[in-house]
Design a protein around this ligand. Structure first.
Ligand SMILES: Cc1cc2nc3c(=O)[nH]c(=O)nc-3n(C[C@H](O)[C@H](O)[C@H](O)COP(=O)(O)O)c2cc1C
Ligand code: SF4
Length: 636
């Protein structure tokens, strides 16, 4: 066994956990408006159990939604007996796959609909009201009653959300708790609520029913610091079976403390683990779980083996590849699809109500992925070997079709390959290599340097064609764009040494701004000019915010509403009369889809589908999804 500590089972009371990898809570996957789990939600969570996680936490399960403890979003109503049947289906599906179902008991307190918290106050201009003694005691019992519902439904444990600024943390944090009775003031009083919740659950469900308690080790600049977080954890020692150490403050707004909960692509693996390690030094009885940006089994093994934590909780790593634990266990680490921390899963949560992944199109579509076998095996040609084309070819081959993949250039991966050497895109580069390897294994015939024409298709007598011809960089019509000192963004990514010290980047989309960060990390001095009044983050509002923060941190100037008028060998003049000196000018002003070229192939075979950017330039999530869908639909 390569990872003996990571795969060492744990027995907590009557619950056995097969290893130390927990699926951290990821709330909202197709919950219904009446607070129940849909079939898609069951399939989403069960998939993590099938992939080998020991426990699967179910996010956004409210203990008192009718009393206004929920936020305005969708949630599961754990207080309702009616939810138990649905929860049973979910717990059964998770248990059947060998894992433990652990609903996350949630109460939003002052950020809930009723705005009831420890103390009166204000949140973004809205009043919050103080709970009475009776309301506090009743709420504690609601946690216990919800846990009892979970136990009845077959869940092997529960997770109490006492971090990220929610109700138990509101009692703990002095800035949200100014009570002068036994629930406020001293440390003992401020932790009384959290401790009482653990004890009430044990009293109701038995001491052998494990309670995991999630805390924030710190709220950073928004609230309390680590020293206080240690006190919070110490108060819970022995009351909670597992103290799960996250960080950050969510509340009702998205501030800096919010983003700290989700280590981003510019940060190192396991960015937040040291908080758990610090807390563990002070904990004598409970187990300690850590969370935040862990990706590789090697690192997870080190965390457990070195005693920094007893358990590793993973959210995005399992959204991206639910099979991570099984792959690690069976020595197939090189097949793990690593999360690129683009946070598209989060950005898409609000519009879709589902958890989707940029790199794994099956996540959130588990039921679609279980389609019946194809009716007819086909001879398939995929034109274009970018992300969409590779995914289409792989999916079609996995359905049993005979697949040929043709790529015009001498390599697979498409436009994205230019970012291969960018350190914060390392997981993207490894994804391309894995896809190449998988194509080989699935028996796809890959033909490089091969341009597909209608004649080529007709000659090969293909039954179906998937056109995944991608897009080309759009060249802005600015005098001087043909100059020796001007490069497209792709070339600047591929060969940053071609850029001089001072670089003006035209276009503040993700391509341009991430390039600015990359060049800055190499010691260059980039400046970004953007025509529009805001940066163009293409719906990636979470990652977009992180990019903005990174630009600010590095003090990279971004000039909005600034149109380049002319490029000269020494810099860029703008319409408003400014001049930006530059050794090199890079344009990242968008891409245009190769639609005509793709459409020209449509009549050459009985079956035809588009995939990826050739119908409109979007993002990686669109490329993987459309490629997967096109491959899946063939022969049905
Ligand atoms: C899409 C998404 C939904 C999440 N929903 C919840 C939730 O409902 N409750 C919760 O406590 N944490 C939630 N989290 C936070 C994760 O549990 C975890 O703390 C965070 O993502 C950091 O871990 P990671 O780097 O392994 O993703 C969510 C995370 C993501 C990405
Ligand atoms: S969408 Fe991005 S951040 Fe979310 S799990 Fe997938 S790769 Fe990771």
């Amino acid at each position: 066994m390569k990872y003996p500590h990571l795969f060492e089972p744990i027995r907590l009371g009557n619950t056995v956990l097969r290893n130390r990898i927990f699926a951290s809570a990821t709330g909202l996957s197709d919950y219904s408006f009446d607070g129940a789990f849909s079939d898609a939600a069951v399939a989403y969570y069960a998939r993590k159990a099938q992939g080998g996680a020991a426990a699967v936490a179910i996010g956004e399960c409210e203990i008192d939604p009718k009393g206004g403890g929920k936020s305005t979003g969708l949630c599961v109503d754990l207080s309702s007996f009616g939810t138990v049947a649905g929860l049973w289906r979910l717990a059964n599906a998770i248990t059947a796959a060998g894992a433990v179902c652990s609903p996350e008991l949630q109460h939003h307190g002052r950020y809930g609909v009723a705005a009831l918290g420890p103390s009166e106050g204000e949140d973004h201009g809205k009043p919050c009201y103080a709970m009475t003694e009776e309301q506090i005691l009743a709420t504690i019992q609601k946690y216990a009653a919800s846990a009892a519902n979970c136990k009845m439904a077959g869940c092997g444990m529960v997770t109490v959300h006492g971090g990220h600024g929610w109700l138990p943390e509101q009692f703990f944090a002095e800035w949200t708790n100014q009570r002068t009775d036994r629930w406020g003031g001293s440390l003992e009083n401020r932790t009384r609520f959290a401790v009482a919740v653990c004890d009430a659950i044990h009293e109701r469900c038995g001491r052998d029913f494990p309670v995991e308690f999630r805390i924030s080790a710190t709220e950073f600049e928004d609230g309390y610091g680590v020293d206080e977080g240690i006190q919070y954890a110490m108060a819970l020692d022995g009351h909670a079976d597992i103290i799960h150490v996250s960080v950050g403050l969510h509340g009702s707004g998205i501030g800096p403390g919010f983003f700290k909960s989700y280590p981003n692509m510019f940060e190192q693996e396991g960015k937040n683990v040291h908080f758990a390690a610090e807390i563990k030094k002070h904990i004598k009885q409970s187990l300690v779980a850590c969370v935040g940006g862990m990706s590789t089994p090697e690192y997870m093994e080190e965390v457990v083996a070195s005693g920094q934590a007893d358990i590793v909780a993973i959210a995005r790593g399992l959204i991206c590849d639910p099979d991570l634990p099984n792959k690690a266990r069976s020595g197939r680490e090189n097949e793990i699809r690593h999360c690129v921390r683009c946070l598209s899963c989060f950005s898409n949560l609000f519009p879709s109500g589902r958890i989707l992944c940029a790199m794994n199109p099956e996540t959130g579509r588990e039921l679609e992925a279980e389609k019946a076998p194809v009716q007819q095996v086909k001879k398939v040609l995929v034109a274009g070997g970018g992300i969409a084309g590779m995914e289409a070819a792989l999916t079609a081959a996995r359905q049993g079709h005979y697949v040929t993949l043709c790529e015009k250039s001498d390599h697979l991966g498409g436009a994205i390959t230019c970012e291969e050497a960018v350190p914060f895109k390392a997981n993207l580069a490894s994804y391309i290599r894995q896809q190449e390897e998988a194509l080989l294994q699935e028996g796809v015939r890959v033909k490089l340097n091969t341009e597909v024409t209608p004649e080529y298709i007709e000659k090969g007598r293909y039954d179906a064609v998937i056109a995944a011809l991608g897009s080309e960089a759009a060249v802005p019509l600015i005098p001087g764009i043909e100059g020796q000192n001007v490069l497209p963004a792709e070339e600047a990514y591929r060969s940053p040494d071609k850029c001089g010290q001072k670089v003006v980047i035209l276009g503040a989309g993700l391509v341009g701004t991430e390039l600015a960060i990359y060049l800055h990390s190499l010691g260059k001095e980039p400046v970004v000019l953007e025509l529009a009044p805001a940066m163009r983050m293409d719906g990636a509002f979470m990652h977009g915010s992180i990019v903005r923060m990174e630009l600010e941190k590095r003090r990279i100037p971004v000039h909005l509403r600034t149109a380049a008028k002319r490029i000269d060998p020494d810099g860029v003049s703008t319409e408003d009369g400014c001049f930006f000196p530059a050794d090199t000018v890079v344009y990242a002003t968008g891409r245009k889809p190769n639609f005509e070229e793709a459409a020209a192939l449509s009549a050459a075979a009985p079956g035809f589908a588009f995939a990826g950017d050739c119908t409109g330039v979007k993002n990686i999530m669109n490329a993987t999804r459309t490629g997967w869908q096109a491959g899946l639909n063939i022969g049905r």
